[in-house]
Design a protein around this ligand. Structure first.
Ligand code: PRP
Length: 177
């Protein structure tokens, strides 16, 4: 069921998002110099972020995707993670950066990080557009973070409610969630 628009309140404008994405791209470019990078996008939520981020990185960069889904309510993870799409490229001895739209409980990232580590990449880092620190259930931190927030349900710029609203160019909080 659609959410009434009056419940949307803008949290991060498209200009703010673009500025943070640019900064993250510059930091990654600086840290990796001219080393080859493999970005691993976590579908579906990261699809816009990774598309913008890769254009802000000036090091040689390749891309691959995994698809994970966490079970639970619309707004809260249960900690049960399902892999729906595996990596297509080998990551052994490669410099890998996992790209997420949001770290919430941390279960999704913990699960993916540990799985990728078993494949012995040369390095493994995490880049998340949003770090929702107030709800962390497991100890995991992103190495590159765009914005941090404590609480609240958000949509837009890849983030969904029941698969809707991923196309909104700005990020909104939704009241009464
Ligand atoms: C969302 C988001 C992260 C994960 C974060 O994905 O994109 O991958 O939840 O939550 P966690 O830290 O509590 O695990 P979701 O499972 O909703 O799938 P989607 O990316 O397809 O929207």
């Amino acid at each position: 069921m659609p959410i009434p628009r009056e419940k949307f309140k803008i949290l991060y404008s498209r200009e703010r998002i673009a500025a943070e994405v640019k900064r993250l791209g510059q930091e990654i470019t600086r840290d990796y110099q001219q080393r080859d990078i493999l970005l691993v996008g976590v579908l579906k939520g990261s699809f816009l972020f990774i598309a913008d981020l890769i254009r802000e990185i000036e090091s040689p960069t390749m891309i691959d995707f995994v698809r994970l889904a966490s079970y639970g309510s619309q707004t809260q993870s249960s900690g049960i993670i399902e892999f729906r799409k595996e990596l297509e490229m080998p990551i052994r001895d490669r410099d890998v950066i996992i790209v997420e739209d949001i770290v919430d409980s941390g279960y999704t990232l913990e699960c993916l990080y540990n799985k990728l580590l078993l494949q012995e990449p040369r390095s493994l880092k995490i880049c998340s557009l949003i770090d929702k620190r107030g709800r962390r259930e497991v100890e995991i931190e992103a190495d590159y973070v765009g914005m941090t927030m404590d609480e609240g349900f958000i949509i837009g710029y890849g983030l969904d409610y029941d698969e809707h609203y991923r196309n909104l160019p700005d990020i909104y909080t939704v009241e009464d969630f």
